[in-house]
Design a protein around this ligand. Structure first.
Ligand code: UTP
Length: 234
């Protein structure tokens, strides 16, 4: 079975604990798991940002604030693993080795952050290397990668296809700080570039649109790969 890695933004899965999309995503991930070996890396979202802000206000250094962010990603991951029930390995993996060991169960493997200084996008990219994934999906709260931040720059245009080098140029302008909100982590792009893993950046605010994109080819985000753009479904 071919492997895919899904980087599921915390702001998508758990915008807040009162209104989350965990059930919908659990259903879709189960369907994906009937076709692919699936690893899901869950982000921290708004809750992680709030904890990181509190940590900074209390005088903690950036790496310690990152550690706190990682704990929140793992909490979100634990909620997803629980909702997946029998379909997922019950424990959230904390390392890449654990993730690969957990995959031997044949079940969906869920994890959050791994080490300070990056985001869960980087975890997902490195995991894609370790697992020889055929694709990495970055499920985020924008419709793809734009020439500038579309929330700040109304004339920003969405790219349907980029090479990893072009994406690096776009992202280099952004800063890597605990809780920073760039569309895709620079560490992750460098990994995608060196391993030539096709990266699909897509809007996951509507879980059904995510399903249609991955399984039915109704993809309208940005594909990042060398050569001609790859098409979905894989
Ligand atoms: P996220 O991956 O959620 O970052 O990790 P994000 O940019 O806020 O992404 P969205 O909004 O969920 O899509 C939350 C924070 O946890 C720490 C970082 O501080 C990050 O900003 N983190 C996460 C790490 O330090 N290392 C990791 O491996 C993962």
């Amino acid at each position: 079975m071919k492997t895919i890695v899904v980087s599921l933004g915390g702001s998508i899965l758990v915008p807040s604990l009162d209104s989350h999309h965990i059930r919908e995503y659990a259903t879709i991930l189960r369907e994906l798991a009937s076709r692919y070996r699936v690893f899901v890396v869950v982000g921290g979202g708004g809750e992680a940002r709030r904890y990181i802000t509190a940590a900074r206000d209390l005088g903690m250094d950036e790496a310690t604030a990152d550690d706190i962010g990682i704990l929140v990603t793992r909490l979100n991951a634990a909620l997803l693993a629980g909702a997946l029930g029998e379909s997922a390995y019950p424990r959230v993996a904390e390392t890449y080795v654990e993730a690969r060991e957990n995959a031997e169960s044949g079940k969906i493997v869920v994890l959050g952050g791994v080490i300070p200084g990056q985001t869960t996008d980087a975890v997902a990219a490195v995991l894609s290397e370790y697992t020889h994934a055929i694709a990495l999906f970055n499920v985020t709260s924008v419709e793809g990668i734009y020439s500038a931040d579309p929330r700040k720059e109304p004339r920003a245009v969405r790219h349907a296809h980029l090479t990893p080098g072009q994406l690096l140029e776009i992202i280099r302008k952004n800063q890597l700080a605990a809780g920073s909100n760039t569309v895709f982590d620079i560490v992750a792009v460098k990994v995608v570039e060196r391993s030539r893993i096709p990266l699909f950046v897509l809007d996951g605010r509507d879980p059904h649109a995510f399903r249609a994109a991955v399984l039915e080819g109704a993809f309208t985000g940005t594909v990042v790969c060398e050569g001609p753009p790859m098409a979905l479904p894989l």
